[in-house]
Design a protein around this ligand. Structure first.
Ligand code: SF4
Ligand code: SF4
Ligand code: SF4
Length: 352
């Protein structure tokens, strides 16, 4: 039996059972905008931006949550669809404080982009918006509830991708809010500060505190690199302005799939730290470190290794290497110890 098919914007396409309409559209080069959809997590259908027409359905359907069906006829680009999407963007804009000029997300905000695409220049709906104060106490993440559109991506990222289960929906109606257990600040909760919620937030509700004011998206260059902290090899983008790293975000690497841990995402202060060692140090007779050249340092180590080996044998020496070195460097290190020094006493910090 062949693959099931559906018609989307007049085009007959095949799909795999289990795919949603949104996934089928994407696989066939048809763009359906969405604010809440997060790849590899359970669809929530929260934002109502991905609405499409399905022949026979009484209402527009959220394509992110609707499974594709054999023989379906789907339209993604009709006036009804666009009027509804535009209205939902307007309602989201009216639901909080969306003064883009003062927002850190200006220039990379998905709500802002949709408002622009739909030519929205005024907030049509006026009403009372919720008044939760921003949470700025912890050193890494700012939570500005006045900009939260309750899309739930942070919840999905925390619970289903990182599996930290630190946040969820709290309260009801206009008082709805993303909360930790007991609605405590991040630093007093189960949050481990991986920052994945910040990574996926489509608007300015969650932002990296250290990056505030250091550069708009159009002022920074993205440089792809590998995280230096451990052997997993997560891919990341350094956001660089005037030669300085101002922010780090995850890239879609084979081993990390757009995820990072707290060290990779937030631990980049060392790059410009004045305390970094820039030259080898040798402890002098008086017990104080003196700057030395690499030749001097390596000659001293070789001399001491030889003396220990001569007096106690090669197994009196051991080498411990690091996951921060590359595979190639670690290979050379063990070779140095096995073939050069003559001992198998070699180990690695990442071995469990
Ligand atoms: S969250 Fe987006 S739409 Fe709202 S103020 Fe910030 S940039 Fe503007
Ligand atoms: S920083 Fe990580 S653990 Fe904390 S709420 Fe966000 S996703 Fe969850
Ligand atoms: S904090 Fe961001 S990701 Fe979380 S619900 Fe609000 S807008 Fe969505």
């Amino acid at each position: 039996m062949g693959m099931p098919t559906l018609t989307i914007d007049g085009k007959l396409v095949e799909f795999t059972p289990g795919q949603t309409i949104l996934e089928v559209a994407k696989a066939n080069g048809i763009n359906i905008p969405t604010l809440c959809h997060l790849k590899d997590t359970t669809p929530t259908g929260a934002c109502r931006i991905c609405l499409v027409e399905v022949k026979g359905a009484r209402t527009l359907v959220a394509s992110c949550a609707m499974p594709a069906g054999n023989g379906m006829e789907v339209k993604t680009d009709t006036e009804t669809v666009h009027v509804s999407r535009r209205l939902n963007v307007e309602l989201l804009l009216a639901s909080g404080n969306h003064n883009c000029l003062t927002c850190e997300k200006n220039g990379s905000c998905k709500l802002q982009s949709l408002a622009y695409a739909y030519g929205i220049t005024d907030i049509r709906f006026k009403g009372q918006t919720q008044q939760y104060p921003a949470e700025t106490e912890n050193p890494l993440i700012i939570r500005d509830f006045s900009r939260c559109i309750l899309c739930g991506r942070c919840v999905q990222a925390c619970n289903e991708i990182q599996v930290n289960r630190a946040i969820g929906y709290g309260y009801r109606g206009a008082k709805s809010k993303i909360v930790t257990t007991g609605d405590r600040p991040y630093q007093d909760s189960d949050c481990v500060f991986c920052g994945q919620c910040v990574e996926v937030c489509p608007v300015g509700a969650l932002t990296e505190k250290k990056a505030v004011g250091l550069g708009r998206p159009w002022e920074t260059a993205k440089v792809r690199t590998t995280c230096p902290y451990c052997g997993v090899g997560c891919q990341m983008d350094l956001h660089v302005k005037d030669g300085k790293v101002v922010k780090v975000t995850a890239a879609d690497g084979q081993s990390n799939k757009e995820r990072l841990c707290v060290k990779g995402r937030f631990g980049y202060d060392f790059i410009d730290s004045p305390e970094r060692l820039t030259t080898p140090l040798i402890k002098g007779e008086d017990g104080r470190f003196q700057e030395a050249s690499w030749d001097e340092a390596l000659t001293l180590v070789a001399k001491k290794f030889k003396a220990i080996k001569k007096e106690h044998g090669a197994d009196a020496l051991a080498g411990l290497t690091s996951a921060r070195a590359t595979n190639e460097e670690n290979y050379l290190f063990q070779k140095l110890f096995r073939a050069g020094v003559g001992t198998n006493n070699v180990d690695h910090c990442a071995r469990l």
